[in-house]
Design a protein around this ligand. Structure first.
Ligand SMILES: NC(=O)C1=CN([C@@H]2O[C@H](COP(=O)(O)OP(=O)(O)OC[C@H]3O[C@@H](n4cnc5c(N)ncnc54)[C@H](OP(=O)(O)O)[C@@H]3O)[C@@H](O)[C@H]2O)C=CC1
Ligand SMILES: CC(=O)N[C@@H](CCC(=O)OP(=O)(O)O)C(=O)O
Length: 342
């Protein structure tokens, strides 16, 4: 059994990790931390977990976490980088759901995250946890940087198209919408129902920290830089990301066949029949990225629709997928989840 610690067990991604891991037959939940709920039973705070765990939240304690085989950090940016060095030195593997190890260029990371990196020496070793791109490296990794939610939907949506070399790399557009759980559970008046309900808006149009992450992914996959316009929007729903991706292409390539072939062996990417319109509710609660391709008016603009659940394929589910790879387990274990309709 793989002994698991979760730092940040009360947040949205933390409790999503718990939902997945309590039914995973190869893991033993060992430590679940929360500073605000220390001493309280996990199942008292989250009654959906009654009957699945008797654990209590504890204060984050390095010695207790060192008894684990793997620690997930489901914490704000800047926490994992302070604790990962000691855990790794003690032989504990680490998956960070935050962004501490996602960006390889430290200058870019520091510019977007507004802090000094606490362990820059570990950044080159960290493997970006998108199995569809880095599966073999993840298998051997001690430290995995779990991708951001928007970067997961956008990277998977663009990848096959760009790899063929038929798309214009200077004019990519990612028009993305997220549910409010993407902002986390912390109190934030902008996320109140009365602020978000019956309304819809773009945000961070001038620049969002996921832009350099997506650009890094695409550049690493293609071996050259791309020019990407990324605009996030906030939708009045709880879970889900819908990415509408635009690229200008040349004619002559069967893109549907290309996407189907690229993802044929991927357990968590579903390429829908031509002309489909994937809905976020079809992936709600599931660890899948559902993709559909369009070429409006048979013109040269390709529109790719890509949807995920931000808390599952966009966070906790992908983290469990990475854990399975790191411990030689079946990648699909604990992730046999069907989206919740309606
Ligand atoms: N929400 C989403 O859709 C996604 C989130 N992520 C990333 O995952 C991480 C977690 O996100 P989310 O679950 O939404 O966040 P939440 O704000 O919902 O939860 C944060 C958790 O971290 C704990 N925490 C906060 N500060 C500290 C600290 N200094 N030391 C230890 N624990 C701390 C909190 O508990 P307590 O304060 O009680 O200790 C809480 O359990 C973030 O980095 C986020 O950016 C990534 C992809 C998608
Ligand atoms: C709706 C909303 O606010 N979404 C968050 C991004 C989601 C997220 O969790 O960011 P990371 O993946 O980098 O951790 C935002 O735009 O800041």
């Amino acid at each position: 059994m793989v002994k698991i610690g979760i730092v940040g067990g009360t947040g949205y991604t933390g409790v999503e990790l718990l939902r997945l891991l309590v039914r995973h037959s190869c893991v033993e939940l060992t430590v679940i931390t929360s500073r605000s709920e220390a001493g309280n039973r996990v199942a008292d705070m989250y009654p959906n977990l009654r009957g699945y765990t008797d654990l209590c939240f504890t204060e984050p304690d390095e010695e207790a976490l060192k008894q684990c085989d793997l620690v997930f950090f489901a914490t704000p940016n800047g926490i994992a980088m302070k604790q990962a060095p000691a855990l790794l030195a003690a032989g504990v593997k680490v998956i960070d759901l935050a962004a501490d190890f996602r960006i390889q260029d430290l200058q870019i990371w520091q510019q977007w995250y507004g802090m000094e990196h606490a362990c820059p020496e570990l950044v080159p070793e960290a493997v970006y946890g998108l199995p569809e791109l880095f599966r073999e490296q993840i298998r051997d990794a001690r430290l995995v940087a779990n991708p951001g939610c928007y970067p997961t939907a956008v990277t998977l949506g663009f990848l096959p198209l760009l790899k063929t070399g038929v798309a214009d790399l200077d004019a990519l557009v990612a028009d993305c919408k997220s549910g409010v759980s993407g902002a986390g559970r912390g109190a934030n008046s902008a996320m109140l129902m009365a602020e978000t309900g019956e309304s819809f808006k773009a945000y961070a149009v001038a620049g969002h920290r996921h832009q350099p992450e997506i650009s890094q992914n695409l550049a690493r996959a293609l071996g050259q830089d791309v020019s990407l316009t990324f605009v996030p929007h906030l939708l009045p729903m709880i879970r889900g990301i819908h990415a509408t991706l635009y690229a200008r292409t040349q004619d002559g390539v069967d893109l549907q066949a290309l996407y189907e072939e690229t993802y044929a062996d991927e357990p968590f990417v579903d390429v829908m029949p031509p002309g489909s319109h994937p809905e976020t509710r079809s992936v709600r609660g599931g660890n899948v990225c559902r993709i559909a391709l369009h070429r409006p008016g048979d013109g040269d603009m390709v529109v790719v629709l890509s949807v995920i659940d931000n808390l599952v394929k966009g966070a906790a589910g992908q983290a469990v997928q990475n854990m399975n790879l790191m411990f030689g387990l079946d990648e699909r274990q604990g992730l046999d989840l069907v989206g919740l309709l309606p």
